[in-house]
Design a protein around this ligand. Structure first.
Ligand code: GUN
Ligand code: FE
Length: 437
């Protein structure tokens, strides 16, 4: 048993942020040796029961918070960040596909995987739903590295058997054989999970999508991830290729690729029927605001999503996204929320609260992945992935957080001014990680 005394941020069942200025967090290993939260709350109320049960580590002036969950990120695009293009499709063609073709080489994939996992942990991300490339080597590289570092990570081999250049295009039948073999090798091993990963409908034949849907039905607790309704040219293309489906989103439904544990990146240009379909299928959206702003894709409609009542969470979408830092993503989500859009599609401007933004990158994102109560929070039973935050990491942060009169003001100061410097330590459930430098 280990007991920590510090300010403590966590979330109630209903998503409300709970903050104990003087908090207690107790963690103990379960039967598998995985550290789990056994108590979290005000020191005053819990110390009598827990403080005597283990060594107490005191972190004055720091905040303990749940590790962040990145709901959509491309590990092979670590070096694609900041590649300018006239929107999504030219960006894929000119930068992303040529770069991803390099991941057939195991040493290259291993090297990027090690850097990528370092970068996640340095930024306080302790759970990620990640794309690999179409090469099984890239999947093995990332799973291997995540396993070594005890990271909770879900990834999968990208399926793209058409409209893709040599070097990344795969073969329909072999791609499905490879997917099943990777599921059997990795899914459920330690903290790893597999995601069936069609890149997006335009780069898969109907046969490949059908095969993916069959695997999704056969392996019901495996995840599904893809992209949808990010960009207007992409939508036109998908509609041309699948004219019989009611909408771009419906293509995935028609192939059995919408269900619990399915997470679709972007979900921007949706109509009411798409919103309703997301709810009915218990499918989640990965909102990627830095990517959507960088590529000029559009603005996620929070009010529309809440009206329909489907699940969502925040994601970096590196390398369309511009940062691994959850603080940068939360701030960009605030900008996206504020932006009113008028025209064919309309959305109101609204002010997301700092606690909502934080929830979307922790407990909310975990819920979207079907991992509520497992990660993304510091409630009893959760795996003990947590962060030691330094609210005085920079002079301006120290000045601003000292003046905070409320939890909202404190969290907003961190969201607006924070970055990797705020993450003093990332503690993961089975091992302690501290940056070497
Ligand atoms: N749509 C298909 N592939 C991609 C990708 O790699 N990034 C983004 N942002 N959108 C995509
Ligand atoms: Fe993406």
């Amino acid at each position: 048993m280990q007991v920590f005394r510090s300010a403590l941020l966590r979330f109630a069942e209903d998503g409300q942020a709970v903050y104990d200025e003087d908090g207690l967090l107790a963690v103990a290993p379960d039967a598998q040796g995985r550290q789990r939260v056994v108590a979290a709350g005000p020191w005053q109320a819990l110390a009598a029961q827990w403080a005597g049960q283990g060594a107490v580590t005191h972190w004055p002036g720091r905040i303990l918070a749940p590790g962040f969950v990145d709901l959509h990120v491309h590990f092979p695009q670590t070096d694609v960040i900041g590649s300018p293009a006239d929107g999504l499709l030219p960006w894929l063609e000119n930068y992303t596909f040529p770069h991803e073709s390099r991941f057939c080489a195991p040493e290259y994939a291993d090297g990027v995987a090690a850097f990528f996992v370092d970068e996640l942990l340095r930024n306080g991300v302790t759970t990620a739903l990640a794309f690999a490339t179409s090469h099984p080597t890239s999947v093995n590289a990332l799973f291997g590295e995540a396993q070594r570092r005890c990271l909770r990570l879900v990834t999968g081999k990208v399926l793209q058997d058409r409209h893709s250049p040599d070097g990344v295009r795969d073969q329909t039948e072999q791609s499905l054989i490879d997917t099943e073999a990777l599921i059997q090798r990795w899914h459920g091993v330690d903290r790893l999970g597999y995601a069936i990963t069609p890149r997006f409908a335009p780069t898969s034949t109907p046969e490949q999508l059908r095969g993916a849907g069959e695997l999704a039905a056969r392996y019901g607790d495996v995840w599904i991830q893809s992209h949808v309704a990010e960009n207007l040219d992409e939508i036109r293309w998908a509609r041309e290729l699948f004219p019989r489906s009611r909408s771009y989103l419906a293509v995935y439904d028609d192939f059995g690729l919408m269900r619990e544990r399915a997470v679709y990146a972007h979900c921007i240009h949706f109509d009411d029927a798409d919103h309703a379909l997301m709810r009915e299928r218990r499918t989640a959206a990965a909102i990627s605001p830095t990517s959507n702003l960088f590529l000029g894709s559009g603005f996620f409609d929070y009010a529309g999503a809440d009206r329909a009542g489907f699940r969502y969470g925040l994601a970096s979408d590196v390398g369309g996204g511009t940062s691994f830092s959850p603080f940068h993503t939360m701030l960009a989500a605030y900008y996206v929320g504020r932006t009113a859009v008028e025209g064919l599609q309309t959305k109101p401007g609204l002010s997301l609260s700092p606690a909502q933004l934080w929830w979307q990158h922790t407990a909310g994102a975990a819920q979207a992945m079907g991992l509520a109560g497992v990660v993304g929070n510091l409630q009893p039973g959760c795996e003990a992935d947590f962060l030691v935050l330094n609210p005085q990491a920079t002079p301006l942060l120290a000045r601003k957080t000292q003046q905070a009169q409320s939890l909202d003001e404190l969290l907003f100061a961190l969201i607006v001014l924070g970055d990797d410097r705020v993450i003093e330590q990332t503690v993961i459930s089975q091992a302690k990680y501290a940056p070497s430098a």
